[in-house]
Ligand binder design. Structure first.
Ligand SMILES: [Fe+2]
Ligand SMILES: [Fe+2]
Length: 244
């Protein structure tokens, strides 16, 4: 495959175009969702990894088949993408957030005496993450996504974008991106606290289920934020500007 990316390609553009590069980026530790606006040269420098090594790993990853969500969302309509994000990622969050909170409470109860120094801050970080995400999903579902669907609908009829009560779509998007950064920071903090989800020697099955669940939550949230920050939001801003 002749790849069409280079050091100036942003991480977000890369993953939007080649979803199979996600695993390689995760392995190197390059953030492709909240850090999606950085170009590959900057992202490699930030991680302290030589650029040629990063580019080589990414080229290798193109030989693999994308796993999970393989649809090319860059060519979907805004409405299709907003629907997909709600149906798949918002639903997943609503199912997993309370389940993992219960699991974490159980693990803390059983292992608090020995692992409380790690589990207490993990619970604190997790609980605020849950609260923030639940409010965030509501704001997207009640304010931002309905407006994005209206922009899409108006554009498809060749009509001007409707007026939004908070000015341009860029205002709520800026706020959502800020909240994504907060969520990304909480995920990194949890990874740090758990030493990259390394189970202690005395871990029980509930402990294991908790770490598996938290890693699945992290993976899903990365994909979710990537679809919003790197595809949905920039397309919505562009379409709104074009149809004013
Ligand atoms: Fe979302
Ligand atoms: Fe979001």
């Amino acid at each position: 495959m002749k790849e069409s990316f280079n050091e100036q390609t942003t991480v977000g553009e890369l993953v939007a175009q080649y979803p199979q590069t996600r695993a390689a980026l995760e392995k190197i530790g390059i953030d492709y969702c909240c850090g999606g606006k950085h170009d590959l040269k900057t992202a490699a420098a930030e991680k302290g990894v030589p650029l040629d090594k990063v580019l080589a790993a990414l080229k290798d990853s193109l030989q693999t088949q994308p796993v999970g969500d393989t649809r090319d969302w860059t060519v979907a309509t805004l409405t299709e993408l907003a629907d997909h994000i709600e149906e798949r990622h918002h639903t997943f969050m609503r199912e997993q957030l309370p389940r993992l909170q219960d699991l974490l409470a159980k693990v803390l109860k059983a292992h608090g005496p020995k692992h409380g120094t790690m589990l207490n801050p993990l619970q604190g970080t997790y609980n605020s993450l849950r609260q923030e995400i639940e409010q965030h999903l509501m704001k997207e579902e009640q304010v931002l996504f309905p407006y994005i669907r209206q922009i899409d609908e108006a554009a498809s009829r060749g009509k001007p974008a409707p007026e939004m009560h908070c000015g341009s779509v860029q205002n709520p998007i800026r706020q959502m991106e800020h909240e994504h950064d907060n969520a990304g920071n909480a995920l990194s903090r949890m990874r740090q606290l758990t030493d990259n989800y390394t189970l202690p020697g005395d871990a029980c099955n509930t402990f294991r289920a908790l770490y598996d669940g938290l890693q699945a939550l992290e993976d899903d949230l990365h994909q979710h934020i990537h679809l919003e920050n790197n595809i949905l939001f920039p397309k919505a801003i562009k379409l709104e500007c074009a149809s004013k």
